[in-house]
Design a protein around this ligand. Sequence first.
Ligand code: CDP
Length: 202
Amino acid sequence: MGMTIAVDGPAAAGKGTISRALALHFGFGHLDTGLLYRATAARVLGGDDPEVAARDLGPADLERRDLREAAVAAKASEVAAIPAVRASLLQFQRDFARRGSGAVLDGRDIGTVICPDAEVKLFVIAAPEIRARRRFDELVAGGETTDYETVLADVRARDARDMGRADAPMRPANDAVEIDTSDLSIDEAVARAVGIVENART
Ligand code: CDP
């Protein structure tokens, strides 16, 4: 029987990197739940109604090449505050979490709402300035033209919106283990996460 690992935290804290590495290490599936909200947002930017976009999401929507763009991220945190959007995306995430081999899901509300029974819950954080620097580097590497101050302002605005919404706000579950990646290399952060999961398995 596989286990479920919930990895939550704010933008660019290192959730995705840690989650992919955990999935690889333990042979589990990985779902980046932010992609569901980004794909919904991309359709809304194209003129769709948010509820309809979330309900009708298909595999092709998740493969769009624009999902990592800053405008899509900003819109994602707006549509993510709409309860009907969250409700439409819930069952898919729960089904993924209970796949036989085990699953890692990363997002904002995995440990609190989607998988409150997850065997391991991590809450990954880092200082906003460090997260903004990482996200700036990613966006520039992806070909976007932007500046650090704009990215920092976007990160702060999105944090506030994700923490402040009424439905499934971003917060650590009571039994989550925090990993602060501000001063950790990727290898150190991954090693810490692997250690926490190994402890929980024994
Ligand atoms: O990669 P990054 O952390 O910047 O963003 P993401 O994980 O792709 O999520 C984009 C937006 O989707 C977030 O700012 C949240 O508003 C929303 N989201 C959410 O509400 N719940 C989740 N489980 C995942 C993402």
